[in-house]
Design a protein around this ligand. Structure first.
Ligand code: ZN
Length: 280
């Protein structure tokens, strides 16, 4: 059906506690590099655990991300400088980091920080606008602290129309950041599927806005947010990643060249922004 002649990078995946099993699925799905989040159990919040994780067998290239705070609790930073050479970046994915003081402290270094701007699923379903509020808070923070920031901020899994709008305006204003969305957010609305995924699925208008954001460059990356059990998020998968993403080309939303930017060139740039030496 389609031929992809470049390495595919998935900037957001969860490998839980079984790196061989999940990277095998990634490989079978046509993904060459996965960047995996720190919220396995116990979380990747110290060098010993990260080194141990790096020793596990993998079927494709798999680069860890360290937690920003110990136990992803949002209180105390991990040993950033020690950990930095071993990871693509830092993220408390799964949790929104409320403490802007900690965010500032970590972004004063030349590192990549990937941020989860949504509340828990249960709260997000009732308050779909919270994602946008969290995004806005970070955008204002970036605007105010421009001079002190050496790192790069990347907003994960953008899913709502208003968030896309704010990020578009921020980029126009010259605020440096990048963001991603996931195939389920440009494919399914909450009326199409009754499934638990965080952030929760949006409306038809959200889908249109996400597609427009991808097409006009507001959204830089498509990532899977592959999240196998224990969470019941069967739609956030490796297996559907390339077919749903390529669907945007077939539908005329993206050109082949733009798709290459979203699943290879931009993720590569973002991984390298913090100094990680990615050889592919
Ligand atoms: Zn997340």
């Amino acid at each position: 059906m389609y031929k992809i002649n470049y390495p595919v990078i998935d900037l957001h995946a969860h490998l839980r506690n079984d790196i061989p099993f999940h990277t095998k699925i990634a490989k079978e799905s046509g993904i060459d590099v996965v960047v995996y989040m720190a919220n396995c159990s116990p979380s990747l919040d110290n060098l010993r655990r990260i080194k141990k994780s790096l020793k596990e067998k993998r079927y494709c290239k798999a680069i860890p991300v360290s937690a920003i705070t110990k136990g992803l609790r949002g209180k105390e930073l991990v040993e950033i400088d020690k950990i930095k050479p071993y990871v693509a970046g830092f993220s408390d994915d799964g949790k929104y980091l409320k403490d802007l003081g900690l965010l500032k402290e970590i972004l004063m270094r030349k590192i990549l920080v990937l941020v989860h701007c949504s509340p828990s699923y249960e709260i997000g379903v009732k308050n779909p606008n919270l994602e946008t509020e969290f995004v806005e808070r970070y955008l204002n923070f970036l605007d105010k602290n421009k001079k002190n920031i050496k790192g790069w901020l990347h907003i994960q899994h953008v899913s709502k129309k208003e968030s896309v709008k704010l990020i578009k305006e921020a980029k126009k204003k010259g605020i440096d950041l990048s963001c991603e969305t996931c195939p389920h957010y440009f494919t399914y609305s909450k009326d199409d599927l009754d499934t638990k995924v965080n952030p929760p699925l949006g409306t038809k208008e959200d889908i249109i806005a996400i597609r427009e954001g991808l097409a006009d460059g507001t959204i830089d990356v498509i990532a899977s947010d592959y999240a196998p059990l224990p969470r019941k998020t069967g739609i956030a998968g490796f297996r559907s990643f390339l077919s749903l993403s390529y669907g945007l080309v077939l539908e005329g939303v993206l050109t082949e060249k733009q798709l290459k930017e979203k699943i290879y060139l931009n993720p590569k740039k973002i991984i390298k922004s913090g100094g990680y030496k990615l050889r592919i």
